[in-house]
Design a protein around this ligand. Structure first.
Ligand SMILES: [Zn+2]
Length: 234
């Protein structure tokens, strides 16, 4: 069955299960929020799970979470098997039958294969893998325009979120800086790394007929409208 007919044949009121992909700077986080609101789906972001895990009392830590924390505390990357174990725990949850939005997972083809097994076990059919795309020049403009206050951490943008006084933090009056991460060379490296790591995953979902590319618009609302169009819901 083609992508098209699969989407057209979905009944109204159906539960949607998505994976979101997108390079840093494309605004994927905002789309995740908008999709969650529209579909009532539960968002599972592995980055968020890890951040929350560190604050969990020990009594509430599952074995997989404990394992992840010990890797993070040692300054190591959490290995695939542990990430998969955490996702498995999280997906075994009745709430998810309202719909699922996965963000930050899977990152690799082996993770995608493991996910496919988990979703089969939990009876959660994957509807679409949304890949948000934006030309590199525009990502550079978005991320490269970011200015940060070194004292209070407030974040500004030379175009989209200007401080009241140019170059000065609204909140504490400190001179704003451009973080090393936000310099064009660093952004290029991050984007190249993302593309290299994600290309096999994109191909994997393309072969399965699940990949939907969404070209990012000027605003989050425009991108969201394109998402609904791509899903044949608008
Ligand atoms: Zn400040």
């Amino acid at each position: 069955m083609s992508d098209q007919s699969r989407l057209d044949s979905t009944p109204a009121g159906k539960v949607w299960n998505f994976i979101l992909l997108g390079a840093p700077g494309v605004g994927k986080g905002t789309q995740a929020e908008l999709l969650t609101k529209r579909f009532g789906a539960v968002q599972l972001s592995t980055g968020e799970v890890f951040r929350a895990a560190k604050k969990l009392p020990v009594s509430e830590q599952t074995p997989a979470i404990k394992e992840a924390i010990s890797y993070m505390q040692a300054g190591n990357l959490v290995p695939d098997s542990t990430v998969v174990a955490i996702v498995r725990e999280k997906l075994h949850c009745p709430e998810l039958h309202r719909g699922l939005l996965l963000d930050g997972f899977p990152r690799t083809v082996p993770q995608a294969e493991a996910l496919s097994d988990i979703l089969n076990t939990e009876n959660i059919p994957l509807d679409a893998v949304l890949s948000y795309e934006l030309p590199i020049e525009q990502v550079l403009e978005r991320l490269g325009g970011r200015r940060t206050c070194p004292k209070c951490g407030a974040s500004f943008h030379i175009k989209d979120r200007q401080p009241r006084v140019k170059g000065i933090c609204d909140q504490c009056g400190t001179e704003l800086i451009q973080r090393d991460d936000d310099r064009p060379e660093a952004i290029r490296v991050r984007l190249e790394t993302y593309d290299r790591k994600t290309a096999p995953l994109i191909e994997y979902y393309q072969k399965k007929g699940l990949l939907i590319r969404v070209e990012c618009g000027e605003t989050p609302q425009e991108t969201f409208a394109r998402t609904l169009q791509a899903l044949k819901l608008a």
